[in-house]
Design a protein around this ligand. Structure first.
Ligand SMILES: [Zn+2]
Length: 306
């Protein structure tokens, strides 16, 4: 799943490509993916892209009506004089495909599934955007809203970890939960934008066990976790920026130091990276760096050891 760094890079790429472009086409390939009915998605046609940004793991494309003297207002958006935002959550298997032409026709179903298809024109140049989704769990979502807070999951988001005003003091308050720190970092209502991959990376950099209870971390560990979080995310954003969407997944895999690297040597100490697997996910960690050399209990391996 794309997390804060990848979504930041996607947003930045799309903003450079689409800011000022006019929406020519919107097609919905999977009605389940579209979570809102008012305003209708057809209201986007004829509007101009103001910006593409990010909030949490959401891509946010903001459109404005084209002033009448520019020959605008040919879409169905006569009632919407203000901004309309397209808010996309790519979920587990979602991605963005960019083409140099507007794709004609209905989006394909089944294999090569496209949840939504957009076409834009800027200075006579076309851009097609397909929101694709792999896998069987269809979770990609598209909201079309007048205000960002109209998307419930956005209204519930915790603070942005890279925001300038997100201080160590603010972070310390968030840790006041009797909850494993790995789960806390991934909880979007507590802090926005971090998922399974970057929480592994942040905890490894901070030398903290994923199973440590957040509220029991002392001041030194808390400060190290805060610093690691900011550094890991900032470094990843810097690595990702400038890469087109089709390169970002490989880029993410390349910069991971422990995530999905079970069996490989830890780049810090050389110990073997271990894994704990759950029903639908797994975490990776370095025992020497993070758990005093002790392997964490794993339901799967302990079954074999009995
Ligand atoms: Zn290590």
């Amino acid at each position: 799943m794309p997390e804060l760094p990848e979504v930041t890079a996607l947003a930045e790429y799309l903003d450079r490509r689409l800011a000022g472009a006019v929406v020519e086409q919107v097609r919905i390939g999977a009605i389940n993916a579209l979570k809102t009915a008012d305003p209708p998605y057809t209201a986007l046609v004829g509007r101009r892209v103001d910006s593409v940004g990010r909030r949490g793991k959401f891509l946010v494309l903001v459109t404005e009506p084209v002033p009448a003297e520019d020959g605008g207002d040919r879409g169905g958006g006569a009632d919407d004089a203000g901004p309309l935002a397209v808010v996309v959550h790519l979920a587990l298997g979602g991605w963005v495909r960019v083409t140099d032409r507007i794709q004609e026709g209905a989006p394909p179903r089944g294999k090569g599934y496209v949840a939504a298809r957009f076409g834009f024109v800027r200075d006579g140049e076309e851009t097609g955007i397909d929101l694709t989704e792999a896998g069987t769990w269809k979770r990609l979502s598209v909201h079309i809203v007048r205000r960002l807070e109209d998307v419930p999951a956005i209204a519930d988001l915790g603070p942005e970890p890279l925001a300038e005003d997100f201080t160590l003091e603010a972070f310390r308050k968030l840790l006041n939960h009797r909850k494993q720190v790995k789960g806390l970092l991934r909880d979007q209502k507590i802090i926005a934008g971090i998922g399974n991959a970057y929480s592994d990376e942040i905890l490894h950099a901070a030398k903290i066990s994923p199973f440590a209870i957040a509220s029991t971390l002392d001041d030194v560990s808390t400060a190290r976790l805060y610093e690691s979080m900011r550094r890991v995310l900032t470094d990843a954003v810097e690595e990702d920026l400038g890469h087109p969407p089709e390169e970002l997944k490989d880029e993410k895999r390349r910069i991971m130091r422990v995530h999905r690297r079970a069996g490989e040597p830890c780049p810090v100490c050389g110990d073997t990276i271990l894994e704990v697997s759950f029903a639908d996910s797994a975490l990776q960690y370095c025992p020497s760096c993070q758990t005093g050399g002790k392997p964490l209990a794993d339901r799967r391996t302990s079954k074999f050891l009995k």
